[in-house]
Design a protein around this ligand. Structure first.
Ligand code: V55
Ligand code: FE
Length: 515
């Protein structure tokens, strides 16, 4: 099946692009500030927090902080400045304002900081005292005051490369923020070399070369099939740019990077201009459409992409990927229907929670094989998401991974959300699990190197735990090889850290290399 764009789409697409980083005219201050009243959340723990905090020396309530840890854990979380102007349904945190949080470790002391990202959208709304931007990824119903203004909310990831800390969301160019103060510096276009409308929140750093490998999809505006693939060298200068088109327009949240290839997963969470015009969900799950994996050699030409097809599947985050010259291996939680229940199903299908569970699987592309298809094998029998690895092995053969689990077969955990952190050893397929207790949920776990020369997966796991009964959060540090043992330490943050997406550890040595 193809989803050809209509001839009039190119004209309409212009309305789906941004051209300004501030409103055309200053936003007038209201005569009386609008009343702020948020809808209630199913769990009061998830109510908006809106606190920008500084805590010098966080309390350690269990164990001891490893004094040799020197660096900062940066993480993007999602809070909301104002109630939304449009009905949006239970959209998770996807349309909430980005906030950067940091835990700075130095000589056994840990300082906490949180700051909203000052996106053009955040600033415009603050001036008005209310929401001006409407639906998720749909500019057609925004307040005319902000027509053409970048809609990005930088709520998905914080990535450090070549002296810059990038706050990103996949519908806008990256914003850089100060790693020390978390103050927003502004949009960054790599000295003019970056021309896409969008940049992924999941760039990859090649540990061998220090290159930043990234892309934008819907790169000429929402619903366009255009993809721009970039590589920046270890100094942060863009050295490669190529443009091509996906078989159909969809959300390309993450991608696979190996030593020799980049792979763009086109997954049927599709997007159509007509849906945006009608104020329907910008993304909808299409149970009829195939997966297409677009393969390009590293720094190769987009128009030479080779597309490999597979059956209807959902996948989002990639744990790890590598190639052996002939085959490309991509490990990702795969489900038989959309993982996101808030995006409707084309044809009004009902969400089936069983079919939407993701199981870590390996997609294998045989570049020398016959035909243009790929194979799928399951690596784990527990439903998981938020896969991560020891990032020192990004693009390379790897054996150790991390993930969050919503359930554990045979074990009853009351409540919902991510409840366990699991590690996987690909040599044996064995899992080890950390469970924080019955009234707690976990965020994305990350690997933190204690010693840069330690073997793969030897170090720490950091995870933010929401203590839903105690109404505070904790940063729990686990021994990466023994996550089922007693935590190394537990740091108590006396606030609710808003629900978050992705984060990364940056060593003090890397941070010192700032320009
Ligand atoms: C995700 C999160 C987003 C988004 C798209 O898979 C995908 C996660 C926080 O926003 O816009
Ligand atoms: Fe993500």
């Amino acid at each position: 099946m193809t989803h050809e764009s209509r001839p009039e789409d190119d004209l309409l697409a212009e309305r789906l692009t941004w051209s300004r980083t501030s409103p055309a005219r200053p936003i007038p201050a209201p005569d009386v500030w609008p009343l702020i009243r948020f809808p209630s959340t199913p769990d009061p723990f998830d109510a908006p927090m809106r606190v920008e905090a500084d805590i010098v020396g966080i309390e350690c309530i269990q164990g001891e902080v490893p004094a040799h840890l020197d660096g900062t854990y940066f993480k993007a979380v999602c809070d909301r400045q104002y109630p939304k102007a449009v009905p949006e349904g239970p959209l998770g945190a996807f349309n909430d304002d980005g906030m950067a949080i940091s835990f700075r470790f130095h000589k056994g002391r840990v300082d906490y900081k949180s700051r909203f990202i000052r996106t053009p959208r955040f600033e415009a709304e603050r001036a008005a005292g209310r929401s001006l931007f409407g639906y998720y990824r749909n500019p057609l119903h925004d307040d005319p005051l902000v027509e053409g203004v970048v809609r990005g909310i930088a709520n998905t990831n914080l990535v450090y490369h070549a002296g810059k800390l990038y706050a990103s969301k996949e519908d806008a160019p990256p914003i850089i923020i100060d790693p020390e103060t978390l103050e927003t510096i502004g949009h960054y276009d790599f000295g003019g070399a970056f021309t896409s409308q969008t940049a992924t929140a999941h760039p990859k750093i090649d540990p061998r070369t220090g290159e930043l490998v990234f892309f934008g999809y819907a790169a000429k505006g929402e619903t366009t099939r255009d993809i721009a693939y970039y590589e920046a060298d270890a100094n942060g200068d863009i050295v490669h740019e190529t443009w091509f088109k996906a078989p159909y327009s969809c959300m390309i949240h993450d991608f696979a990077v190996t030593q020799n290839y980049v792979v763009f997963p086109v997954i049927p969470l599709r997007s159509e201009l007509a849906w945006l015009e009608a104020g329907e969900s910008t993304f909808q799950w299409d149970p009829q459409e195939k997966v297409h994996l677009g393969v390009i050699p590293r720094k190769g030409r987009g128009d030479k992409a080779v597309w490999y097809e597979g059956p209807n599947r959902f996948a989002s985050h990639i744990m790890g990927a590598y190639d052996d010259g002939r085959r490309i291996y991509i490990d990702t939680p795969v489900s038989h229907s959309s993982y996101f229940p808030w995006f409707p199903i084309v044809g009004n299908g009902e969400h089936d929670p069983e079919r939407s569970k993701g199981y870590l699987s390996r997609w294998t592309i045989d570049l020398a094989g016959e035909g243009r298809s790929f194979t799928e094998t399951r690596l784990s029998n527990v439903p998981s998401e938020f896969p991560r690895m020891d990032d020192r092995y990004e693009t390379l053969t790897y054996q150790w991974g991390l993930m969050g689990l919503t359930e554990r077969p045979g074990h009853d955990a009351p409540g919902r959300g991510f409840r366990w952190v699991a590690t996987i050893d690909h040599r044996t397929g064995a899992h080890r699990l950390y469970y924080p207790g019955d009234r707690a949920t976990v965020g994305e776990p990350i690997f933190v190197q204690g010693d840069e020369n330690a073997p793969e997966g030897h170090g720490y796991v950091f995870v933010i735990v929401s203590r839903r009964d105690l109404m505070h959060s904790e940063l729990v540090i686990l021994d990466a090889q023994d996550v089922d043992g007693e935590p190394v330490c537990t740091l108590k943050i006396p606030l609710r850290i808003p629900r978050g997406l992705h984060g990364n550890w940056v060593t003090a040595e890397e941070l010192a290399r700032r320009d």
